[in-house]
Design a protein around this ligand. Structure first.
Ligand code: FAD
Length: 413
């Protein structure tokens, strides 16, 4: 008698688990149950419609450092299925990936539809059944078989279940999984931008600085990276990474914090002071506002000068010491107040989910209940922006598939 696997969730992790399990054990019946009317909807919108499939990082230890939650867990799993395997897997099925300067990898078509077509075709080819518009309401074990109750009251049975239901924003949405005896790490948003309501810096919307250091006061959190000024506040990789690493801490602070921005992180304050002295000597007759020798965007230089009280007509020779001091402070440690957050639409994830100490990273199987597997964002794993979240979905989906196929074959013997 052939065994049956039911995968809950038709997203990246669910599809990857279903396809690979069906491929590894051709006698396995595989069904994906998706509550909505759309399959792979996050893949579709991801990476601005291009799908940032993975990240060009080929060192497991390095790669796992990009996961604020779950880095030890993913590190173990990456030994079984890593970025190199993702690239190969998709390429073997006609989806060639390319790498951008920042390491993000996209299909060469620049269209997420290519990834969707590949996954759906593969599922069809392997005979994976897909049930849509049905939500799994409850899971229970009856005489060694899983009983899966759907929203239309239908009852399905299975030998193996893989929960790939994605992240939920509210703890109560995990109730059906808590009923199984699993514990949840409280969900909190990750990957968001900072709001600076009515702050004058927002006049500079669109200005970006290639390298800054952003530090959160009264916290260990700091990040070096590009910063983008928006009409509502601050965005860009430095802020997004802070939001990921600080997801829990910033929620506790109710997203009200003071930050310091170093616009010149490659120079310490002492070097900047020396450079100012040089400018006073060499450019004595030039206007301070015009002589931006640090390569900052000129609108930002003018803004920081203005914030330091420097008048447009002041020349380097007559720059008063107190104003110079204030300007250097603003260049090396500009302080502003953050009040609130805005979801980063390009890629947002929920931190939190099924506690990792209850899952075996080598199989993705529950340590509490046999033949119950988990994959993707439902687990308490999340990465920073750049393709890390999808890599976790592919890896955990594949690892679960392998363990399910192995258990299924052993059971058939
Ligand atoms: C706008 C956006 C852009 C993103 N861009 C990127 C990117 O470029 N690169 C990257 O690495 N990450 C990106 N991410 C994050 C990435 O999309 C997710 O981490 C990834 O999709 C998680 O996959 P998953 O299969 O675990 O969950 P999901 O994709 O959320 O899929 C879970 C599925 O399960 C279904 N489901 C839930 N509960 C039930 C139930 N009880 N019964 C039946 N079905 C159920 C849901 O409807 C859903 O379809 C982005 C996220 C967003 C929101």
């Amino acid at each position: 008698m052939s065994k049956q696997l039911i995968v809950i969730g038709g997203g990246a992790a669910g599809f990857f688990c279903a396809i690979n399990a069906a491929r590894m054990d051709r006698s396995l019946n595989v069904i994906i149950i998706e509550k909505s009317s759309k399959l792979l909807s996050k893949v579709k919108v991801s990476g601005g419609g291009r799908c940032n499939v993975t990240h060009a990082c080929f060192d497991i230890a390095e790669m796992s450092k990009r996961y604020p939650r779950g880095h030890h867990f993913v590190k173990k799993a990456f030994h079984q299925f890593f970025t190199t395997d993702t690239i190969k897997w998709f390429e073997e099925r006609g989806v060639k990936l390319k790498t951008e300067n920042d390491g993000r990898m996209f299909p060469v078509t620049d269209s997420s539809q290519t990834v969707i077509n590949c996954l759906v075709q593969e599922a069809n080819k392997l005979g994976v059944e897909i049930i849509m518009n049905r939500e799994v309401k409850n899971l229970s074990m009856v005489n060694g078989q899983w009983a899966i109750k759907l929203s239309d009251s239908r009852l399905l049975s299975a030998d193996f279940v893989c929960v790939a239901s994605g992240g939920y924003p509210k703890s109560s949405m995990f109730d059906w999984l808590k009923e199984l005896g699993h514990t949840i790490e409280e969900p909190v948003p990750s990957l968001f931008t900072f709001n600076l309501p009515n702050h004058p810096i927002t006049k500079l919307m669109g200005v970006s600085v290639e390298k800054t250091k952003v530090k959160i006061q009264n916290s260990k959190l700091e990040e070096v990276g590009p910063l983008l000024i928006t009409h509502w506040g601050l965005s860009g990789p430095a802020v997004l990474r802070l939001s990921a690493w600080g997801a829990t801490e910033l929620k506790i602070k109710n997203y009200e914090l003071r930050i310091n921005i170093n616009w010149l992180p490659d120079h310490n304050e002492e070097i900047v002071r020396k450079k100012f002295q040089e400018l006073r000597n060499i450019s004595a007759s030039q206007k301070v506002i015009n002589k931006n020798s640090f390569g900052l965007p000129s609108r930002l230089w003018e803004f920081l000068a203005e914030q330091s009280g420097i008048k447009n007509e002041w020349r380097w020779a007559d720059l008063p010491a107190a104003f110079q001091h204030k300007f250097i402070k603003n260049l090396c440690s500009y302080e502003c107040e953050v009040k609130g957050k805005t979801t980063f639409k390009e890629e947002f994830v929920t931190a939190g989910g099924i506690k990792l100490n209850e899952i075996d990273a080598n199989t993705m199987m529950s340590k509490k209940i046999a033949n119950l597997f988990f994959a993707g964002e439902v687990l308490d794993v999340d990465g920073i922006t750049g393709g890390f979240n999808f890599q976790h979905a592919w890896t955990s989906g594949w690892v679960a598939a392998k363990a399910i196929a192995k258990n299924s074959v052993n059971n058939n013997k």
